[in-house]
Structures are given as structure tokens and as C-alpha cells.
Design a protein around this ligand. Structure first.
Ligand code: C2E
Ligand code: CA
Ligand code: CA
Length: 797
């Protein structure tokens, strides 16, 4: 120890010692930071970094040594052998490189201390090789214990330096390990210098080919430059790496997916911004180094992850440890759907990608929904209904249960559409759908199209449950529906069929519920009918009737009755022709029964033409030029040339057009409104008169009366027959008469049966009356006196 101190105090130039220390510091910092770059790299890139670090470290050790040697003045002239000096540099670089390489061996616990020890050994090798290059006129002797101590300093501190270096990349680790390396180099050098003593021996001649101190200084300057170059190269490469990293980070952060990477300890290595944003995670909690458990806890706290965090973690760790990929679709409380894929990437590291697929899922669901739902009301559509009905049949068959199928029709929906427009019609359907669904109380409701709805009631005993359900449905429609300022009413007709008694398969159940619905509608609308076996029969009967009707004309089974119409003084002004069918086996059939069948089958066209011709021919034959009123079906307006036909028949029969009155209902104007108006206009130009029949039923829109210059309004007989029972009827009759007065239109009341009714109508200044009180519909022969034929017959007789 004394010797060491001696050489430091007596034999060294302190300025050069300080320079040596500075060189050593720069070299150590450079070597350690390059080493940490090598640690972060793999494969060939790592080797390049190791070589660069070794060059910086080796040159540093070497330069430190020789600068310190320049500071050393033993009092004799010194020279340096070129060969050994060069060898010491090569040895320093090589051994340092090997040491670094060992320190980075993967999966070996003592790699870093061992590699560091090798580096330390390299320092000593360099020193003693460098010392043996020394040429002095004297003998150099060594103090062996100090030599051993110097080697130990290098090895132990070198090991410590790299052990710290592999712990982390932060400034703390870098500084600490660089200082340790510097200490290793300096302590090794100066201890070793203390081990050497030179005993002057003038006989020893310094080799003249050896380097002078000046040449050595040049060589050292070169080595120092090499360190500078290495650090420059390192800095440049570092910048490139950092740029690349920045680009990569930008790319990763701009990904639509959240990305997380965990290390072999299941600690967070990196995650992108999207990941934090996606789960609304705090970057203070979720940062590199945080554990998987902490991260999952944070996600549970922020997103209400609906999973046991512990089990979730265990599953993940198990999958990642076994090297298998774990993917899942997770739904969150806020409605988001996230697809997670976790994938091991080697070395125990694994990467998780998190993709927000909420929109895609929503679109998928929407498309699936649209395929099975009606876009207007959002109720299940026909496709879904058929599936559901089949399921209900299967289930009931299996469980020996029963269920009810309801077919529903809105009464007079078409009129709403035609009178108020499609927008109002759509609004009505939507409201009806809502009310049906609310009243259905969990039963399956579907819209099959138009105004057709259907329900499947599978809960509870039948038919009691279906009965209660029907009651609720009808009650739900009792309140007026307001759409766009119009107050509308949606009456329901309902047909019900029950499994298994009304059918054991889909088809027969549907057919029978339809038959029941048909019955409900034909019995007056707004009714509920449960299927009964005879309904099936009545449908068949209807078809049979339709068949018979085809031949009724040719077989002269149709004939006309006439009902008188009078003015308020009781004078008969004309007759309404009413068609009858005398069926060969069924007897007399009322027009209320067969006209709808004729309309459905199109038979109304030839039948209507026959009625027109027959009534005109009859009226033309009367001596008294009374009016004749003929009913027209809406179907007659839709087919053929009605004005042309009327014109031809008037010419053919010789009836004056002014004596003919055509009665139409609102139904004529519903459908192709403008076509109907144009046909009515052409009829009117023929000179015939047009009466609005059954006024007060349906929508009785004022716009109808304004759209066409009618010649007469006929108040529906329902109001007249209800006069005594309901005050409302009187008010309506009064209003219609007032309306007619305003429009300068005569108002005729139908169905007058009592003198009380007649007096009321007289007091209200009604224009005309028709009804049993005046005369029942009967064969025209009955009215011979009135039409003048009787008088003619008497005169002839
Ligand atoms: P509508 O045009 O309203 O004919 C008047 C109906 O009221 C007739 O029934 C008539 O018998 C009945 N009626 C008349 N006075 C009274 C009364 O005081 N009390 C009661 N309770 N009823 C009375 P009908 O003949 O059974 O005709 C029913 C419907 O059949 C007609 O109603 C009309 O819509 C249609 N119809 C009748 N004949 C023809 C026709 O030749 N062509 C077309 N297209 N339809 C016809
Ligand atoms: Ca009529
Ligand atoms: Ca009528």
C-alpha cells in the first residue's frame, strides 16, 4: 500500500492522471450505454452493438492505461515496444467483447457477473501486456500480492458493473454501472502500477525501434478518437433507433385496436394510447411494470368488467404459459363489445389486441333484425311469425299443451289510407302495433303486412286466456287515435283458432283462424270470433254460392225489387232498384250476402250491367216519368267503361238520362280517387244524377262532398233507426241536413219505419224519405198505380 501511495505522489504528473480518469469516464459511459443497446437488440444487431461497445470499452481501457503511463515518470528514459502495445489494445477489445457477449447470454442467472468478471480480467490482461511493452534502462520487479489485488479489483468491480447494467436501462443504472466500470479500470491500473518497481540498470539498452512517449501520445490520441467515434456512431444509431421507435409508437398509438404487451413476469411492457382510451384507464396506474392483476383491477373499476378478476387473470396466465392463444368477445355494461385476442410471442412475452367491434356487431344485429322485422312497426314479420308458429306447434305437441292463434284485421284501414294519405295510415299502423303489443302482455305479436296482424298466446289455459286477451285488445283500441290532427278509430276484427282442437299443424290452424276472422268481419266488424267447425263449412258454402252465382244470370235467377222514395209531402217521386237472387235450392238470397261474393269474384261486372239494363228498361216502360235509382258497386268503377255502358243503355232503352239516379258509396272514391272523380264527371255530363249513399258511415269526409258535385245525400238508415235510442243520431241527422243546406244538396233519409221518425225528419226540413213506412221493396207490379201501368192496364181492360 505504501508503495502504491509512493508512486502516486512521487512518480505521477497529476494533470495527466486527471486526463486519464476523464478518458476512462467517457469510455465507461460510452461502453455501458452501447452495452445496454446490445441488451435491447437481438441476433446480428446485438453482435454489432457488442462489437461497438467492446471497441469503446477496449480502447478506453487501453487509452486510460497509456495516458496514465505518460503521467508516470520513473526517472529513467522510457520506450514502448510496438508489438506488445498493439497486442494489448487487441486483447483489451477482444476480451471486453467476449465479456459483454457472455453477460448477455439468455436464460442464465450468472451471465452478467461472469461476463463482467471477464471484462475485468480483460482490463488486467491489457494492463500487464501494456506493462510488458515498457522498455526501460533497468529491471522491472513485481510485488505479487499487489498484482493479485489489482486483478481482483478489475474482476470484482467489472462483475459488479455488468450486474448493475442488466438490471435496467434508466439513468440510475447507467450511471452506476459506468462508474463501477471506471472504478474497475482505474483501481486495477493504479494498484498494478504500485506493484511494479524499476531498478535502474544502465546495461539495459532501450530498443531504438520502440515508440517514444511522443509516439505513444499520438497512439493514445487515436484510441481516444476511436472512443469518440464509437460514441458518435452509438449516438447516431441511437437517434435512428429512437426515430424508428417514435415512428413505431406513432403507428401503434394510431391503431384502431388497443395493444398491450406483457413480459415473462406478467408485468406490462408496453401498451398503446388506444388501449388506455378504450378502457378509460389512468396512465398513472397502467404503465410499464404494472402487474396484470393491477391492470385487471383497474379495468374492473373503470368498465365494470362482468368477470371474476382473479379467474380472468388465472385463465390468461394459464393460456399464455402453455403457449396457446386466448380469444374472446366481451360485452360491457355500457353496451360495447370488445374482441380480445391474447397471443404468446416467445421468451414468455405476450401481446393482447383489443378491438372495439360494437359497430360491426350492431350492424350484424341490425341486418338480422331487419330480416325478421317489419320496418314500419318493428314487429316481427311474416318470416319470424312462421318460425314462431312452427316452434309453438312443436312445443305444444311435445308438452301436450295448448295455445291460441289470433288473426287480426283492422276495420276500414284502407279508407284511412285513401282519405288521409299514406303517412297517416302508417302512423295509425304504428300506434295500433304499439297498443297491440302493450295489451298482448307478452304474447307474440307480428305484422304480416297491410293491416293484418297476428298473435300467438302460449301461456295459460285456453280458450280462457285467449278470451281475456281479445278483450284487452279490443279495449286497447277503444280510445281514438290522433295522427296529424285527425282523430281516427281502429276497430279490430279477430279470429281465433286453438291448438290442438282447431288444428294440429300450422296450415290448418292458420286456415281456421282465418275462417273465424272472416266470420267476424262478415258479421259486422269489430267482433271477435272463435273458430267453430261450421265456419269451415260456411266458407265452403260461400265458395259453392260463388259457383252458383256464375250461372244465376243465364238461369234468370236474379230479379229486381223496387222501393219507393217520397218527398216530405208523401208523394212518391221514384224508386230504388234492389237486386234479389232466387236460388233454386236455397231460396231467396239477400244482396247483402251475394253482392260481396259477386264483387270478390268479379261477377259484379256482368250482374251490374244486367241490373242497369233491366232497371232502365223497366223505368222507360212507366207512363209516369218517375225517378229510378240504381246502386253501383265500387268494382264497376275499376273495370271497363262505365260511362260508355250507361250511355249505351240509355240509348238502347230510351230512358231519359234525367230520370236516372246512380247511388254510390264512399268506397267508389277509395282507391283510385282521381279515376273515380273523372268517371263520375263523365256520367254527370250524360245528364244522370249522382247520389252519395250510406252517408254517415265510414269517414263521411267533407272533402268527398266537396270533391264532386253530388245531387243528393242519403243518410244511412242506421241513424234513423237509432233516433229513439240515441240522442247522438238526432244530432248527426241534424248536422247532415245542415251540411246539405250549406252545399245546396237535398238530403234523403233511409230506413224510415215509424211516423215519429218521419215527424222528426219533417221538423228538421229533410228533403225526402225512403223506408218501410213509405213502402217495402217489392215487385214493380205492386206499384202499378204509382208508375201508371195500372191505369194503363185498367184502360186497356
Ligand atoms: P242500400 O243501397 O242502402 O239499400 C237499402 C237497403 O235498406 C235495402 O236492403 C232495403 O231493403 C233496406 N231498407 C229499406 N227501407 C228500410 C227500412 O225502413 N228498414 C230497414 N231495416 N231496412 C230498409 P237490401 O235490398 O237488402 O240491400 C242491401 C244492400 O245491398 C243495399 O243497401 C246495397 O248496398 C246493396 N244492393 C242492393 N241492390 C243492389 C244492386 O242492384 N246493385 C248493387 N251494387 N248493390 C245492391
Ligand atoms: Ca242504395
Ligand atoms: Ca243506403
Amino acid at each position: 500500500m505504501f508503495k502504491v501511495l509512493t508512486c502516486l505522489t512521487v512518480d505521477h504528473d497529476w494533470r495527466l492522471v486527471a486526463l486519464a480518469a476523464l478518458t476512462c469516464l467517457v469510455a465507461s459511459v460510452t461502453a455501458i450505454s452501447l452495452f445496454s443497446r446490445a441488451r435491447a437488440a437481438r441476433g446480428r444487431v446485438r453482435l454489432v452493438w457488442i462489437a461497438t461497445a467492446a471497441a469503446a470499452g477496449g480502447c478506453g481501457v487501453w487509452a486510460t492505461h497509456f495516458i496514465a503511463m505518460l503521467a508516470y515518470s520513473p526517472g529513467v528514459p522510457l520506450g514502448y515496444g510496438i508489438g506488445l502495445t498493439a497486442l494489448s489494445l487487441v486483447a483489451a477489445i477482444t476480451i471486453t467483447g467476449v465479456g459483454f457477449w457472455i453477460a448477455l447470454a439468455d436464460d442464465w442467472h450468472f451471465a452478467a457477473p461472469l461476463g463482467g468478471a471477464v471484462v475485468g480480467g480483460g482490463i488486467a490482461v491489457m494492463h500487464y501486456t501494456g506493462m510488458s511493452a515498457l522498455e526501460v534502462p533497468g529491471r522491472v520487479t513485481w510485488d505479487i500480492p499487489i498484482v493479485v489485488a489489482s486483478i481482483a479489483f478489475g474482476v470484482v468491480l467489472g462483475a459488479a458493473a455488468l450486474t448493475v447494467a442488466v438490471r435496467g436501462d434508466g439513468l440510475r443504472h447507467l450511471t452506476a454501472s459506468a462508474l463501477l466500470l471506471m472504478l474497475a479500470i482505474l483501481s486495477c491500473h493504479f494498484t498494478a502500477m504500485g506493484a511494479a518497481s524499476i531498478v535502474p540498470d544502465p546495461t539495459q539498452i532501450v530498443d531504438t525501434s520502440s515508440m517514444s512517449p511522443a509516439m505513444l501520445a499520438l497512439a493514445v490520441a487515436n484510441a481516444a478518437l476511436a472512443i469518440l467515434f464509437a460514441s458518435l456512431a452509438g449516438a447516431l444509431a441511437d437517434r435512428r433507433v429512437r426515430d424508428k421507435e417514435r415512428q413505431l409508437a406513432t403507428a401503434v398509438n394510431n391503431m384502431a385496436q388497443g395493444v398491450v404487451m406483457f413480459d415473462d413476469d406478467h408485468r406490462l411492457a408496453v401498451c398503446n394510447d388506444r388501449y388506455l382510451e378504450m378502457y378509460d384507464l389512468s396512465p398513472h396506474v397502467v404503465k410499464p411494470g404494472c402487474t396484470l392483476e393491477q391492470l385487471i383491477d383497474e379495468r374492473v373499476r373503470r368498465n365494470g368488467l362482468k368477470r371474476d378478476p382473479k379467474r380472468y387473470k388465472e385463465e390468461l396466465v394459464a393460456a399464455m404459459s402453455s403457449g396457446s392463444t386466448l380469444s374472446a368477445t366481451v360485452e360491457y355494461e355500457d353496451g360495447r363489445v370488445i374482441y380480445i385476442v391474447n397471443r404468446p410471442i416467445g421468451n414468455g412475452f405476450w401481446v393482447g389486441t383489443h378491438e372495439d367491434i360494437t359497430d360491426r356487431k350492431r350492424t350484424e344485429r341490425l341486418i338480422a333484425h331487419m330480416a325478421h322485422h317489419d320496418s314500419l312497426t318493428d314487429l316481427p314479420n311474416r318470416a319470424l311469425f312462421v318460425e314462431q308458429l312452427q316452434r309453438s306447434v312443436d312445443h305444444a305437441a311435445r308438452e301436450k299443451a295448448n295455445f291460441a292463434l289470433l288473426c287480426i284485421d283492422l276495420d276500414r284501414f284502407k279508407e284511412v289510407n285513401d282519405v288521409f294519405g299514406h303517412q297517416t295510415g302508417d302512423g295509425l299502423l304504428r300506434e295500433v302495433a304499439e297498443r297491440l303489443q302493450a295489451a298482448a302482455d307478452g304474447a307474440f305479436v307480428a305484422r304480416l303486412g297491410g293491416d293484418e296482424f297476428t298473435l300467438i298466446s302460449a301461456e295459460g289455459p285456453q280458450p280462457a286466456t285467449a278470451e281475456a286477451l281479445c278483450e284487452r285488445l279490443v279495449a286497447a283500441m277503444a280510445r281514438d287515435i290522433e295522427i296529424g290532427g285527425h282523430l281516427l278509430r281502429a276497430g279490430l276484427s279477430v279470429g281465433v283458432a286453438i291448438y290442438p282442437m282447431d288444428g294440429r299443424d300450422m296450415q290448418s290452424l292458420q286456415a281456421n283462424a282465418d275462417a273465424a276472422l272472416y266470420r267476424a268481419k262478415s258479421e259486422g266488424r269489430g267482433l271477435v270470433r272463435f273458430f267453430q267447425p261450421n265456419m269451415d263449412e260456411s266458407l265452403r258454402e260461400r265458395r259453392a254460392l260463388q259457383l252458383d252465382l256464375r250461372s244465376a244470370l243465364e238461369r234468370h235467377e236474379l230479379y229486381l225489387d223496387y222501393q219507393p222514395q217520397a218527398d216530405m209531402a208523401g208523394t212518391i217521386t221514384g224508386f230504388e232498384a234492389l237486386v234479389r237472387w232466387r236460388h233454386p235450392t236455397r231460396g231467396l238470397i239477400a244482396p247483402g250476402t251475394f253482392i260481396p261474393i259477386a264483387e270478390e269474384s268479379g261477377l259484379i261486372i256482368p250482374i251490374g250491367e244486367w241490373i242497369l239494363r233491366e232497371a232502365c228498361r223497366e223505368a222507360a216502360s212507366w207512363p209516369n216519368p218517375l225517378q229510378v235509382a240504381i246502386n253501383l258497386s265500387p268494382v264497376q268503377f275499376q273495370h271497363g267503361d262505365l260511362p260508355g255502358l250507361v250511355h249505351a243503355i240509355l240509348l238502347e232503352t230510351g230512358l231519359k238520362s234525367g230520370r236516372l239516379e246512380l247511388e254510390i258509396t264512399e268506397g267508389v272514391l277509395i282507391g283510385d280517387y282521381s279515376r273515380a272523380i273523372s268517371i263520375l264527371g263523365r256520367l254527370k255530363t250524360l245528364g244522370v244524377r249522382i247520389a252519395m249513399d250510406d252517408f254517415g258511415t265510414g269517414y263521411s269526409s267533407l272533402s268527398y262532398l266537396q270533391a264532386f258535385p253530388f245531387d243528393k245525400i242519403k243518410i244511412d238508415r242506421a241513424f234513423v233507426s237509432n233516433l229513439e235510442q240515441r240522442g247522438q243520431s238526432a244530432a248527426i241527422i241534424r248536422a247532415v241536413i245542415g251540411l246539405g243546406r250549406g252545399l245546396d244538396l237535398p238530403v234523403v233519409a233511409e230506413g224510415v219505419e215509424t211516423s215519429d221518425q218521419l215527424s222528426f225528419l219533417i221538423s228538421e226540413a229533410c228533403s225526402g224519405v225512403q223506408g218501410y213506412l213509405i213502402g217495402r221493396p217489392a215487385s214493380i207490379a205492386t206499384f202499378g198505380d204509382i208508375v201508371g201501368a195500372g191505369a194503363k192496364r185498367r184502360a186497356a181492360g
